[in-house]
Design a protein around this ligand. Sequence first.
Ligand SMILES: Cc1ncc(COP(=O)(O)O)c(C=O)c1O
Length: 399
Amino acid sequence: MAIVGGEGAWFETKDQGRWLDFGSLSYQANLGHGQKRIAEAIKAQCDELLLTVPSGLYPAKTALANALLAKAPPGFTKVFFTLGGSEAVENALKIARLVTGRHKTISRYRSYHGATMGALALSGDYRRPVLEPVGVGAVHVLDCYESRLPGGATTIEGGGSAESIARTMELEGPRTIAALFVEPVPGQNGCLVPPGGYWDGLRAACDAHGTLLVADCVLNGFGRLGTYYGFESLGSASPDLITVSKGITGGYAPLGAVLVHERVAKHFDDHVLYAGLTFYGHPLGVAAGLEALRIYEEERLISRAAELGRAFAASLASLQDRHPESLPRTRARGLLGAFELAVDDARFAAITKAMNDARLYVHVNKHFKTIVLAPPLVATEADLREGFARLERVLDGAR
Ligand SMILES: Cc1ncc(COP(=O)(O)O)c(C=O)c1O
Protein backbone atom coordinates (compact mmCIF):
# COMPACT_ATOMS: atom_id res chain seq x y z
CA MET A 1 0.00 0.00 0.00
CA ALA A 2 1.55 3.31 -1.07
CA ILE A 3 0.50 5.83 1.58
CA VAL A 4 0.96 9.38 0.32
CA GLY A 5 -0.51 11.44 3.17
CA GLY A 6 -3.53 11.90 5.36
CA GLU A 7 -5.37 13.89 7.97
CA GLY A 8 -6.69 12.80 11.38
CA ALA A 9 -8.05 9.26 11.23
CA TRP A 10 -7.84 9.09 7.43
CA PHE A 11 -4.97 8.31 5.09
CA GLU A 12 -4.59 8.66 1.33
CA THR A 13 -2.98 6.08 -0.93
CA LYS A 14 -1.54 6.39 -4.43
CA ASP A 15 -3.92 3.94 -6.13
CA GLN A 16 -6.51 2.89 -3.58
CA GLY A 17 -8.05 6.19 -2.55
CA ARG A 18 -8.82 7.24 1.02
CA TRP A 19 -8.89 4.77 3.89
CA LEU A 20 -10.38 5.12 7.35
CA ASP A 21 -7.58 4.09 9.70
CA PHE A 22 -9.11 1.82 12.36
CA GLY A 23 -5.70 0.33 13.16
CA SER A 24 -3.45 3.38 13.68
CA LEU A 25 -1.27 1.82 10.95
CA SER A 26 1.02 -0.53 12.94
CA TYR A 27 -0.58 0.72 16.22
CA GLN A 28 1.84 3.67 16.26
CA ALA A 29 -0.29 6.44 14.73
CA ASN A 30 -2.06 7.38 17.99
CA LEU A 31 -1.84 11.04 16.98
CA GLY A 32 -3.35 10.37 13.59
CA HIS A 33 -2.14 11.49 10.19
CA GLY A 34 -0.85 14.88 9.04
CA GLN A 35 0.50 16.09 12.42
CA LYS A 36 2.36 19.14 11.21
CA ARG A 37 3.59 20.10 14.69
CA ILE A 38 5.82 17.03 14.86
CA ALA A 39 7.24 17.65 11.39
CA GLU A 40 8.03 21.23 12.49
CA ALA A 41 9.69 20.02 15.71
CA ILE A 42 11.89 17.62 13.71
CA LYS A 43 12.85 20.44 11.32
CA ALA A 44 13.72 22.74 14.23
CA GLN A 45 15.90 20.00 15.76
CA CYS A 46 17.73 19.71 12.41
CA ASP A 47 18.76 23.33 12.74
CA GLU A 48 19.81 22.92 16.36
CA LEU A 49 21.65 19.58 16.75
CA LEU A 50 21.76 16.26 14.92
CA LEU A 51 25.02 14.65 15.90
CA THR A 52 25.78 13.49 19.42
CA VAL A 53 27.16 10.50 21.34
CA PRO A 54 25.00 7.93 23.16
CA SER A 55 25.93 9.40 26.55
CA GLY A 56 25.57 12.97 25.30
CA LEU A 57 23.16 15.32 27.02
CA TYR A 58 21.17 18.02 25.26
CA PRO A 59 18.03 19.87 26.38
CA ALA A 60 15.41 17.95 24.41
CA LYS A 61 16.75 14.58 25.63
CA THR A 62 16.66 15.59 29.29
CA ALA A 63 13.20 17.14 28.85
CA LEU A 64 11.82 13.99 27.20
CA ALA A 65 13.24 11.69 29.90
CA ASN A 66 11.71 13.89 32.60
CA ALA A 67 8.37 14.06 30.79
CA LEU A 68 8.21 10.26 30.50
CA LEU A 69 9.12 9.75 34.17
CA ALA A 70 6.58 12.35 35.29
CA LYS A 71 3.79 10.12 33.93
CA ALA A 72 5.17 6.90 35.45
CA PRO A 73 4.26 5.65 38.96
CA PRO A 74 6.25 7.07 41.90
CA GLY A 75 9.83 5.82 42.12
CA PHE A 76 10.64 5.64 38.39
CA THR A 77 13.89 7.59 38.04
CA LYS A 78 15.78 6.53 34.92
CA VAL A 79 15.19 6.18 31.18
CA PHE A 80 17.15 4.09 28.68
CA PHE A 81 16.42 5.20 25.10
CA THR A 82 16.27 2.87 22.10
CA LEU A 83 15.22 3.04 18.46
CA GLY A 84 12.07 0.96 18.72
CA GLY A 85 10.02 -1.52 20.70
CA SER A 86 12.07 -4.67 20.17
CA GLU A 87 15.22 -2.91 21.36
CA ALA A 88 13.36 -1.62 24.41
CA VAL A 89 12.33 -5.17 25.33
CA GLU A 90 15.84 -6.44 24.55
CA ASN A 91 17.39 -3.93 26.94
CA ALA A 92 14.79 -4.56 29.64
CA LEU A 93 15.83 -8.22 29.39
CA LYS A 94 19.50 -7.30 29.78
CA ILE A 95 18.74 -5.07 32.77
CA ALA A 96 16.69 -7.83 34.43
CA ARG A 97 19.47 -10.39 33.90
CA LEU A 98 22.18 -8.06 35.19
CA VAL A 99 20.22 -7.01 38.28
CA THR A 100 18.95 -10.44 39.34
CA GLY A 101 21.84 -12.59 38.14
CA ARG A 102 19.21 -14.98 36.73
CA HIS A 103 18.50 -15.76 33.10
CA LYS A 104 15.02 -17.31 33.03
CA THR A 105 11.90 -15.35 32.10
CA ILE A 106 8.17 -15.97 32.03
CA SER A 107 5.87 -14.57 29.37
CA ARG A 108 2.54 -15.62 27.87
CA TYR A 109 1.69 -17.61 24.75
CA ARG A 110 -0.56 -15.06 23.12
CA SER A 111 2.00 -12.28 23.25
CA TYR A 112 4.32 -10.40 20.94
CA HIS A 113 7.36 -8.65 22.38
CA GLY A 114 9.38 -7.96 19.24
CA ALA A 115 11.37 -9.28 16.30
CA THR A 116 14.94 -9.36 17.63
CA MET A 117 16.09 -12.71 19.00
CA GLY A 118 15.73 -11.94 22.73
CA ALA A 119 12.36 -10.26 22.30
CA LEU A 120 11.26 -13.08 20.00
CA ALA A 121 12.23 -15.66 22.62
CA LEU A 122 9.81 -13.90 24.99
CA SER A 123 7.08 -13.68 22.36
CA GLY A 124 4.59 -16.49 22.62
CA ASP A 125 2.73 -16.21 19.34
CA TYR A 126 3.10 -17.84 15.91
CA ARG A 127 6.16 -15.77 15.00
CA ARG A 128 8.47 -17.59 17.48
CA PRO A 129 8.24 -21.32 16.62
CA VAL A 130 9.36 -20.78 13.01
CA LEU A 131 12.66 -19.29 14.21
CA GLU A 132 13.42 -21.51 17.17
CA PRO A 133 15.79 -22.04 18.86
CA VAL A 134 15.84 -18.36 19.80
CA GLY A 135 17.12 -18.18 23.35
CA VAL A 136 17.38 -20.17 26.52
CA GLY A 137 15.29 -19.88 29.62
CA ALA A 138 12.14 -18.34 28.13
CA VAL A 139 9.23 -20.12 29.82
CA HIS A 140 5.75 -19.57 28.38
CA VAL A 141 2.49 -19.75 30.30
CA LEU A 142 -1.21 -19.69 29.45
CA ASP A 143 -3.10 -16.44 29.03
CA CYS A 144 -6.03 -15.09 31.01
CA TYR A 145 -8.65 -12.79 29.54
CA GLU A 146 -12.28 -11.85 29.78
CA SER A 147 -14.52 -11.87 26.70
CA ARG A 148 -18.00 -10.47 26.17
CA LEU A 149 -20.62 -12.88 24.89
CA PRO A 150 -23.64 -11.81 22.81
CA GLY A 151 -26.19 -10.22 25.14
CA GLY A 152 -23.59 -8.90 27.58
CA ALA A 153 -22.51 -11.82 29.80
CA THR A 154 -18.76 -12.32 30.15
CA THR A 155 -16.49 -15.35 30.36
CA ILE A 156 -12.88 -15.77 31.55
CA GLU A 157 -10.73 -17.73 29.12
CA GLY A 158 -7.16 -18.66 28.23
CA GLY A 159 -6.59 -21.29 30.91
CA GLY A 160 -4.11 -19.25 32.96
CA SER A 161 -4.30 -17.04 36.05
CA ALA A 162 -2.02 -14.98 38.26
CA GLU A 163 -1.96 -17.97 40.64
CA SER A 164 -0.86 -20.35 37.89
CA ILE A 165 2.01 -17.99 37.05
CA ALA A 166 3.04 -17.97 40.73
CA ARG A 167 2.89 -21.78 40.65
CA THR A 168 5.05 -21.86 37.49
CA MET A 169 7.61 -19.71 39.31
CA GLU A 170 7.76 -22.29 42.11
CA LEU A 171 7.95 -25.26 39.74
CA GLU A 172 10.75 -23.65 37.71
CA GLY A 173 12.73 -23.54 40.95
CA PRO A 174 12.06 -20.98 43.64
CA ARG A 175 13.71 -17.61 42.96
CA THR A 176 15.10 -18.53 39.53
CA ILE A 177 13.05 -16.25 37.27
CA ALA A 178 14.66 -12.90 36.39
CA ALA A 179 11.53 -11.25 35.05
CA LEU A 180 7.90 -11.68 34.10
CA PHE A 181 7.23 -9.87 30.81
CA VAL A 182 3.62 -8.98 30.06
CA GLU A 183 1.74 -6.67 27.78
CA PRO A 184 -0.90 -5.35 30.20
CA VAL A 185 -3.47 -6.04 27.45
CA PRO A 186 -1.98 -8.15 24.65
CA GLY A 187 -2.80 -6.16 21.52
CA GLN A 188 -2.02 -7.91 18.27
CA ASN A 189 -3.11 -11.20 19.81
CA GLY A 190 -6.66 -9.96 20.17
CA CYS A 191 -7.05 -7.26 22.86
CA LEU A 192 -6.88 -9.82 25.68
CA VAL A 193 -8.18 -7.79 28.63
CA PRO A 194 -7.48 -9.65 31.90
CA PRO A 195 -10.12 -9.91 34.63
CA GLY A 196 -10.01 -7.64 37.70
CA GLY A 197 -7.30 -8.56 40.20
CA TYR A 198 -5.04 -10.28 37.63
CA TRP A 199 -2.54 -7.44 37.28
CA ASP A 200 -2.16 -6.96 41.04
CA GLY A 201 -1.86 -10.76 41.33
CA LEU A 202 1.12 -10.71 38.94
CA ARG A 203 2.84 -8.16 41.19
CA ALA A 204 2.27 -10.39 44.23
CA ALA A 205 3.70 -13.42 42.39
CA CYS A 206 6.80 -11.44 41.38
CA ASP A 207 7.29 -10.11 44.91
CA ALA A 208 7.13 -13.61 46.35
CA HIS A 209 9.91 -14.79 44.01
CA GLY A 210 12.17 -11.72 43.74
CA THR A 211 11.19 -11.50 40.06
CA LEU A 212 11.00 -8.20 38.19
CA LEU A 213 7.67 -7.27 36.62
CA VAL A 214 8.12 -5.77 33.16
CA ALA A 215 5.12 -4.00 31.62
CA ASP A 216 5.56 -4.06 27.85
CA CYS A 217 3.60 -0.95 26.96
CA VAL A 218 4.98 -0.62 23.42
CA LEU A 219 1.45 -0.97 22.03
CA ASN A 220 -0.61 -0.20 25.15
CA GLY A 221 1.15 3.08 25.94
CA PHE A 222 0.19 6.70 25.29
CA GLY A 223 -3.55 6.50 25.71
CA ARG A 224 -4.34 3.33 23.78
CA LEU A 225 -6.12 1.87 26.84
CA GLY A 226 -7.40 5.26 28.04
CA THR A 227 -4.53 5.68 30.52
CA TYR A 228 -0.98 6.88 30.03
CA TYR A 229 1.03 3.64 29.96
CA GLY A 230 -1.83 1.14 29.96
CA PHE A 231 -1.30 -0.93 33.12
CA GLU A 232 -2.95 1.82 35.18
CA SER A 233 -6.25 0.68 33.69
CA LEU A 234 -5.83 -2.78 35.25
CA GLY A 235 -5.00 -2.15 38.89
CA SER A 236 -2.86 -0.22 41.32
CA ALA A 237 0.34 -2.31 41.17
CA SER A 238 3.47 -0.69 39.78
CA PRO A 239 5.89 -2.62 37.55
CA ASP A 240 9.70 -2.48 37.87
CA LEU A 241 10.40 -1.71 34.22
CA ILE A 242 8.19 -0.20 31.50
CA THR A 243 8.97 -0.56 27.80
CA VAL A 244 7.52 1.97 25.34
CA SER A 245 7.74 2.86 21.65
CA LYS A 246 5.17 3.33 18.81
CA GLY A 247 2.92 6.11 20.21
CA ILE A 248 5.89 7.80 21.93
CA THR A 249 6.37 9.74 18.67
CA GLY A 250 2.96 8.93 17.19
CA GLY A 251 5.04 7.02 14.64
CA TYR A 252 6.63 10.15 13.17
CA ALA A 253 10.19 9.02 14.01
CA PRO A 254 11.78 5.84 15.38
CA LEU A 255 12.16 5.84 19.16
CA GLY A 256 11.70 3.53 22.13
CA ALA A 257 12.58 3.59 25.81
CA VAL A 258 12.85 1.53 28.98
CA LEU A 259 11.65 3.34 32.10
CA VAL A 260 13.41 2.03 35.18
CA HIS A 261 12.26 2.09 38.80
CA GLU A 262 14.82 3.29 41.31
CA ARG A 263 14.79 -0.10 43.12
CA VAL A 264 16.27 -1.53 39.88
CA ALA A 265 18.28 1.48 38.71
CA LYS A 266 20.24 1.74 41.97
CA HIS A 267 22.01 -1.54 41.09
CA PHE A 268 23.87 0.40 38.40
CA ASP A 269 25.22 2.97 40.83
CA ASP A 270 28.09 0.54 41.39
CA HIS A 271 27.70 -1.97 38.53
CA VAL A 272 28.26 -1.45 34.83
CA LEU A 273 25.17 -1.51 32.61
CA TYR A 274 26.49 -3.50 29.68
CA ALA A 275 24.21 -1.96 27.08
CA GLY A 276 24.58 0.73 24.48
CA LEU A 277 23.42 1.81 21.05
CA THR A 278 25.10 4.20 18.62
CA PHE A 279 21.81 5.96 17.98
CA TYR A 280 20.72 5.99 21.63
CA GLY A 281 18.63 9.11 22.17
CA HIS A 282 19.17 10.40 18.63
CA PRO A 283 17.97 14.02 18.37
CA LEU A 284 15.48 13.32 15.54
CA GLY A 285 13.52 10.71 17.50
CA VAL A 286 13.80 12.69 20.72
CA ALA A 287 12.49 15.90 19.11
CA ALA A 288 9.52 13.99 17.70
CA GLY A 289 8.87 12.32 21.07
CA LEU A 290 8.98 15.55 23.02
CA GLU A 291 6.51 17.25 20.68
CA ALA A 292 4.24 14.18 20.66
CA LEU A 293 4.08 14.22 24.47
CA ARG A 294 3.16 17.91 24.37
CA ILE A 295 0.31 17.14 21.96
CA TYR A 296 -1.05 14.32 24.16
CA GLU A 297 -1.01 16.78 27.06
CA GLU A 298 -2.33 19.94 25.39
CA GLU A 299 -5.08 18.16 23.47
CA ARG A 300 -5.95 16.03 26.53
CA LEU A 301 -5.86 12.98 24.29
CA ILE A 302 -5.40 10.39 27.04
CA SER A 303 -8.59 11.30 28.90
CA ARG A 304 -10.33 11.78 25.56
CA ALA A 305 -9.37 8.20 24.63
CA ALA A 306 -11.00 6.99 27.85
CA GLU A 307 -14.17 8.94 27.04
CA LEU A 308 -14.28 7.86 23.38
CA GLY A 309 -13.51 4.33 24.57
CA ARG A 310 -16.93 4.11 26.22
CA ALA A 311 -18.73 4.83 22.92
CA PHE A 312 -16.26 2.54 21.12
CA ALA A 313 -17.02 -0.38 23.48
CA ALA A 314 -20.76 0.24 23.19
CA SER A 315 -20.57 0.22 19.37
CA LEU A 316 -18.58 -3.02 19.41
CA ALA A 317 -21.11 -4.61 21.78
CA SER A 318 -24.04 -3.59 19.61
CA LEU A 319 -22.27 -4.88 16.46
CA GLN A 320 -21.87 -8.21 18.29
CA ASP A 321 -25.49 -8.27 19.42
CA ARG A 322 -26.68 -7.78 15.84
CA HIS A 323 -24.37 -10.60 14.61
CA PRO A 324 -24.38 -13.04 17.55
CA GLU A 325 -23.56 -16.15 15.50
CA SER A 326 -20.54 -14.75 13.68
CA LEU A 327 -19.20 -12.65 16.61
CA PRO A 328 -19.23 -14.95 19.65
CA ARG A 329 -16.52 -13.03 21.53
CA THR A 330 -15.60 -9.33 21.72
CA ARG A 331 -13.20 -7.41 23.97
CA ALA A 332 -12.42 -3.71 24.39
CA ARG A 333 -10.42 -1.37 26.59
CA GLY A 334 -9.92 2.32 25.77
CA LEU A 335 -9.49 2.60 22.00
CA LEU A 336 -8.33 -1.00 21.56
CA GLY A 337 -10.89 -3.65 20.66
CA ALA A 338 -11.24 -7.01 18.99
CA PHE A 339 -13.84 -9.43 17.76
CA GLU A 340 -13.47 -13.10 16.99
CA LEU A 341 -15.14 -14.35 13.83
CA ALA A 342 -16.80 -17.78 14.03
CA VAL A 343 -16.75 -18.40 10.28
CA ASP A 344 -14.98 -20.88 8.00
CA ASP A 345 -11.75 -19.96 6.20
CA ALA A 346 -13.48 -18.94 2.98
CA ARG A 347 -15.89 -16.58 4.75
CA PHE A 348 -13.06 -15.19 6.86
CA ALA A 349 -11.12 -14.36 3.69
CA ALA A 350 -14.26 -12.85 2.11
CA ILE A 351 -14.93 -10.67 5.16
CA THR A 352 -11.37 -9.35 5.37
CA LYS A 353 -11.41 -8.62 1.62
CA ALA A 354 -14.72 -6.78 2.03
CA MET A 355 -13.14 -4.63 4.77
CA ASN A 356 -10.35 -3.72 2.37
CA ASP A 357 -12.86 -2.99 -0.37
CA ALA A 358 -14.69 -0.73 2.10
CA ARG A 359 -11.36 1.04 2.67
CA LEU A 360 -11.45 0.29 6.38
CA TYR A 361 -7.97 -0.37 7.73
CA VAL A 362 -8.00 -2.96 10.56
CA HIS A 363 -5.62 -5.64 11.89
CA VAL A 364 -6.40 -9.15 10.77
CA ASN A 365 -5.12 -11.98 12.98
CA LYS A 366 -5.63 -15.10 10.87
CA HIS A 367 -4.31 -17.42 13.58
CA PHE A 368 -7.15 -16.61 15.92
CA LYS A 369 -9.63 -15.47 13.25
CA THR A 370 -9.72 -12.19 15.09
CA ILE A 371 -10.00 -8.59 13.91
CA VAL A 372 -8.22 -6.03 16.09
CA LEU A 373 -9.33 -2.39 16.06
CA ALA A 374 -7.19 0.53 17.24
CA PRO A 375 -8.33 3.89 15.85
CA PRO A 376 -6.11 6.95 16.38
CA LEU A 377 -6.81 8.91 19.58
CA VAL A 378 -7.67 11.93 17.44
CA ALA A 379 -10.53 10.11 15.68
CA THR A 380 -13.78 12.07 15.90
CA GLU A 381 -17.04 10.54 17.11
CA ALA A 382 -18.20 10.72 13.48
CA ASP A 383 -15.09 8.75 12.39
CA LEU A 384 -15.90 6.04 14.93
CA ARG A 385 -19.53 5.90 13.78
CA GLU A 386 -18.35 5.65 10.18
CA GLY A 387 -15.94 2.81 10.99
CA PHE A 388 -18.63 0.77 12.76
CA ALA A 389 -21.10 1.51 9.93
CA ARG A 390 -18.57 0.06 7.47
CA LEU A 391 -18.09 -3.01 9.69
CA GLU A 392 -21.86 -3.42 9.91
CA ARG A 393 -22.23 -3.32 6.13
CA VAL A 394 -19.42 -5.83 5.66
CA LEU A 395 -20.94 -8.26 8.18
CA ASP A 396 -24.46 -7.79 6.76
CA GLY A 397 -23.08 -8.51 3.29
CA ALA A 398 -21.42 -11.71 4.56
CA ARG A 399 -24.56 -13.21 6.15
C1 LIG B 1 3.83 -5.24 22.76
C2 LIG B 1 4.91 -5.07 21.75
N1 LIG B 1 6.20 -5.13 22.15
C3 LIG B 1 7.21 -4.96 21.28
C4 LIG B 1 6.99 -4.74 19.94
C5 LIG B 1 8.15 -4.56 19.00
O1 LIG B 1 8.23 -3.23 18.60
P1 LIG B 1 9.00 -2.82 17.24
O2 LIG B 1 8.22 -3.38 16.12
O3 LIG B 1 9.02 -1.32 17.30
O4 LIG B 1 10.38 -3.38 17.33
C6 LIG B 1 5.67 -4.66 19.48
C7 LIG B 1 5.39 -4.41 18.05
O5 LIG B 1 4.33 -4.58 17.55
C8 LIG B 1 4.61 -4.84 20.40
O6 LIG B 1 3.32 -4.79 20.01
